[in-house]
Write a protein that binds this ligand. Structure first.
Ligand code: ATP
Ligand code: MG
Length: 366
């Protein structure tokens, strides 16, 4: 699968944009703030139905315009397809089309144009807060498993409601009445989330370790340990069993939640710990080790997509290469010989012989 052509109208700083791409490496070159990341954002939006930068769709519409229109023409192994999204100012809901057919929701996008995004923040993902590591799991699983996407969205809404109940119940005690129902539903969704994350991390470890071992010349073993709700001793158990364990945890934390006014129990606090030779990267990893392990995770993410969907995902490298030393750059470049890749960077320097160069200035192709 590859993206043959992208057409944008009033998206971010693009007034009108239309560009064809090659199946290999597309190098997006331009100075700061010219629209390189915006372009990758448009591609991921058509891939997932979501922006990786914002939850507010209005932000995607060019300042002063009423709507934006994005269209991708993609080549699947057996046919061509179009994906189109139109977003409006105000309350009018966005419209999604696949092959010209209007979609009720983003579910139809699943697996059509999978993408793996790699940006400089990801290089520190094993050092910084748990939210980034949860996002890594969620981004991949939402694209791979529709049931996960559904459970995660539902869980997010329930968590928001429950947090409000816990915050305000002293002032309005009647708020506590629906709490048991919320807990019940959160445990149901939570079991789906935990079960999927455990399986995903097992795969991620397998592939990431292979890349890491290769890069470190066989010196270092990368392992990943899933950290979830303490009462869930076996995250590979059946969802029914995980559900029961989550209910136990909720019950044992009932008082503490009311007193603290915070939701203490559930997979919204999940994390994973990556270790090299048994030592946690968070605490002991050197800069180089942390970066290499992060690269291995990203390459593993792409590999899992490929195996799972039979479809090579588009790799989007936003400014990452400039953050890497020559050895790591070469490692990444050697690993991405296959499939379609978009690389953004400020200088053309030595990368230009990789593939098609597209120079962007102020939302236009030069
Ligand atoms: P850098 O190299 O610094 O990462 P970039 O080329 O990736 O730069 P982008 O993040 O794509 O730059 O953003 C380019 C510009 O788009 C920014 O200056 C921003 O102000 C502008 N921009 C963002 N949203 C909108 C919008 N809705 N309407 C018009 N312009 C916008
Ligand atoms: Mg950028």
């Amino acid at each position: 699968m590859n993206l043959c052509k992208l057409t944008l109208y009033s998206f971010r700083n693009y007034r009108e944009f239309s560009q064809e791409f090659v199946p290999g490496v597309n190098l997006i070159v331009g100075d700061n703030a010219q629209g390189k990341t915006n372009l990758l954002e448009a591609i991921t939006y058509l891939s997932t139905g979501k922006s990786f930068r914002t939850r507010k769709e209005q932000e995607l519409i060019r300042f002063g315009d009423d709507f934006c229109d994005l269209q991708a023409e993609i080549a699947l192994p057996d046919r061509e397809q179009t994906i189109r999204a139109v977003m409006f100012q105000g309350r009018r809901p966005r419209q999604l089309y696949i092959g010209g057919v209007k979609q009720k929701n983003a579910a139809g996008l699943q697996g059509l144009m999978p993408t793996v995004l790699f940006c400089p923040e990801d290089l520190l993902i094993l050092k910084t807060g748990a939210a980034g590591r949860r996002r890594l799991m969620d981004n991949a699983l939402c694209q791979l498993r529709p049931a996960y996407d559904k459970a995660l969205t539902e869980y997010g809404k329930l968590l928001e409601h429950k947090s409000r109940i816990l915050r305000d119940h002293r002032e309005f005690p009647s708020l506590l009445e629906p709490l048991p129902e919320f807990n019940e539903q959160m445990a149901r969704c939570g079991a789906v989330i935990i079960s999927s994350r455990a399986k995903y991390l097992r795969e991620l470890q397998k592939h990431a370790n292979r890349y890491h071992t290769e890069f470190s010349g066989g010196r270092e073993e990368l392992s990943i340990e899933y950290q979830t709700v303490s009462s869930v001793e076996d995250p590979f158990a059946s969802k029914e069993e995980i559900y029961r364990r989550l209910r136990e945890h909720q019950e044992s934390h009932y008082r503490a939640e009311l007193e603290s006014g915070q939701c203490l129990s559930g997979p919204h606090k999940d994390d994973f710990n990556a270790c090299l030779g048994g030592l946690s990267i968070k605490n002991y990893g050197s800069q180089g080790q942390t970066r290499t392990a992060a690269i291995s995770l990203k390459l593993a993410e792409r590999e899992i997509f490929r195996l799972d969907t039979g479809n090579e995902p588009i790799l989007l490298l936003d400014d990452v290469l400039s953050e890497l030393d020559a050895g790591r750059q070469n490692f990444v470049l050697n690993q991405i010989r296959s499939g379609q890749v978009f690389i953004t960077c400020c200088e053309k320097d030595r990368l230009t012989d990789l593939g098609q160069v597209i120079t962007i200035e102020n939302g236009e192709v030069l």
